[in-house]
Every structure is written in structure tokens, then in C-alpha cells.
Design a protein around this ligand. Sequence first.
Ligand code: MEV
Length: 327
Amino acid sequence: MGEGPELVVASAPGKCILFGEHAVVYGQPAVAVAIEQRLTVSMTPATSWSVDGSALDENKHPHITMLKDIWLHEAPPMALHISGDIPRASGLGSSAALSSAVGAAMHHLAHPEKGIDRDGLSALAHRAEAHAQGGRASPMDASTSVEGGVVVLSDHKETIGKWMYTRQLTTPEGKRTWEVHKLTPHHDDIYLVLGNTGVHAPTAKQVTMVADALAADPSRMNEIKAIGTVARRGLAALVQGDYEAVGHAMIENHLLLRNLGVSSPELETLIQAAAPSSLGVKLTGAGGGGCMVALTRDPKQTSEAIELAGGRALISHIGNEGVRLES
Ligand code: MEV
């Protein structure tokens, strides 16, 4: 098809939110980890722009089109091939990983002399997420995929970890500010098992549902604040390496999310199946389907329980490398 040799390959991790999804959109603290599962993009010269064999289409590939217009506007066309083991539309940050890997690859083509600009790249990936989510998106997915490790968001600078940058967004409910930090996780014999329900629930729909519930009954903001309190407790336990307490906070966080209406029968089935062999279990990401996460010292047993209950299990350590160029 007139394509030359591979020019650039980049990969980026998915993410798993341990604490604080949904509440983080309203400025509450949240904690996410980069998972082992990654998305890889390779870009080769071609006669026209394409993604996995189909023409690049602004409606189908809004993130890729935005990044191309920023960095490779005048550049000769390229064929993009996307592969990897992050399930799509399942709460594991596949869209942020796409922005992050494509952004790193395109930036490298445009500026081969410069290294990865993580601050700039995560800001662009956040912008793409906000666009896709109707203007309501925290920088959590974008920063975790770009930076790797464990990422902590808060409405103020924290004393734990390393503060990296400030992000702001004007959402339909007002202006939000997030301070973004990175933690180095403990190396411990502890695993995350992600259980995929196979049900796709768009993040935009889930985020809008929460916004509508809060608009209908503003006193429910107390539930959002309660998630923030639990997230803070979970974060303190994580910093101390007290995984029993981390697990307890995950369970509390899940009960609050369920009450908020973002769980689903399929998620509850996998959560119940994984609970006996885990320190903590909860839905992860936007909910309504997608994935649950279990914190466990016995990933084999927890994975088997999830699979027996009809889910697909993925195992990951806590904290993995962020976006990187592969060649
Ligand atoms: C989605 O991965 C996490 C949400 O909190 C949305 C966001 O933070 O943008 C539901």
C-alpha cells in the first residue's frame, strides 16, 4: 500500500482508579495507578492518513485528529496501527492511553530532537477527555497514562508524593482546579485483579447521570464529599503500605458509588465473587458496566473467581511506567 518502514512506535498504560472516581470531577481527592496493560501505536509513512486501515475521520477519531492538527498539520500522511491489551470503553483509560501514545509518537515526529513533554502531553490528553465527556473530566486518566506510577489529584497541594502541575477546566457546573501529584508505590507482594463485565458504558453518560442527580438534589453533594473523605483515608493507608486499610477504604468507596447509582448488576456479581479472596473490591472508572478491581495477595484465586462468575480477569502490579517511545 505504498507504506515505508515503521517510523515511530509509542506505548502508554491504562489506568485503574483506586479511590475517588466521579467525586474527583467535583474537586475531591482521588488516586489512580498505571496498570501493566498498554496501548501501542505505530506510525508509518503512507499515501493518506488512516487508522487501522480506515481513513482518519474526525468523528470516529476525534483525539487523533486533534493531535495531528496540533503537531503534524502540514506533515506527509501516515498510517496508524493501534494494538494492545487494554479493553476499550471499560473504565481502564483506553481513550487517555490512545491520546497519550499517539501524542508522544506525533510529538516525536514533529520534534525528534526533544524528549517527551509530559506536562504538555497530559494537558492535551485532558483536553481531549473533556471534549469527549461533555466538558466534565478530571485530568486523572490523562495524567496517569502519561506519568505512570501512582497519581494523586486534590484541590490543594498535598505534602505526600511529588507535586507535578495544576490543571484547570471550566465545567458546566463551574471552574475546577486540580493539583496533580505522583507517588512511588511500595514494592510489595500485592496485586490488582481487574474484572471486566464486558458491558460498555460510556464515561460521558455516567458523568452526566451523576451531574443530573446532583442538580435534582443538591444535598447529594454530601455523598460526593464522603467519597473524598474515604479517598483521603485510602491514600494515607497506601502511603503507609497498610494494604488491609487500603482494602477497607476500597469497600467503603464502592458502597458510596453504588449508592450514587453508578454500579450495575454485572459489576456487583464480579465484586461478590472476588471479595472472599481479596483485601478490598470496588468498581473502577465510570461504572455502569466496565470493570471492577480487587486488591489481593492471591491473584490466581481472585482471577479464577472472577472468570467463574462470567467476567474476564486481568492482573497488574500497582504502578507501571507511563508513556514511552518504543522505537
Ligand atoms: C473516569 O475514568 C473517571 C471519572 O471520574 C471521570 C473523570 O475523572 O473524568 C468517572
